[in-house]
Design a protein around this ligand. Structure first.
Ligand SMILES: [Zn+2]
Ligand SMILES: [Zn+2]
Length: 138
């Protein structure tokens, strides 16, 4: 099986560039309140990847202090020092995995969300009636 590919991504200002050596494992949209505050939008789209498939090729990231996720587990968010764009999140509960912000990938359109989670917090103007994989919580 040939999974070796190269996917590129970057922040808003272009200082931080990264590549993935494998396709994301899974892409999901999260409608929880934390993600709304973090993104300023109705939901975030994250792609789960194996930690060792991510290489930061340019620029420098800053990290938040540990934050507490809805699950009660710690998360750390990594973002561009200059423009503040969030690149990825490290969930303490998911060892060896990271979640990249799907929209920072060059070809993010090829990774639509395969599931929507925390739809109990979904904004009422977001219509998911044609989507099967919705989960009230995780
Ligand atoms: Zn930047
Ligand atoms: Zn969330």
């Amino acid at each position: 099986m040939n999974k070796k590919i190269e996917l590129k991504g970057q922040c808003l200002c272009g200082e931080v560039k990264y590549k993935l050596s494998e396709k994301p494992l899974f892409t999901q949209a999260c409608h929880c309140k934390d993600c709304k505050v973090l993104t300023g939008s109705s939901y975030v789209i994250n792609s789960s990847i194996l930690e060792n498939t991510l290489t930061i090729t340019d620029g420098e990231l800053s990290a938040t202090k540990k934050l507490i996720a809805g699950s009660g587990k710690f998360i750390t968010i990594f973002f561009c020092k200059n423009c503040g764009a969030y690149i990825y999140t490290d969930y303490e509960s998911a060892i060896g995995r990271l979640n990249v912000r799907t929209q920072t990938l060059e070809n993010s359109k090829t990774f639509p969300p395969q599931a929507h989670i925390f739809t109990k917090d979904k904004d009422e103007w977001v219509n998911l009636s044609n989507i099967n994989n919705c989960f009230e919580n995780v």
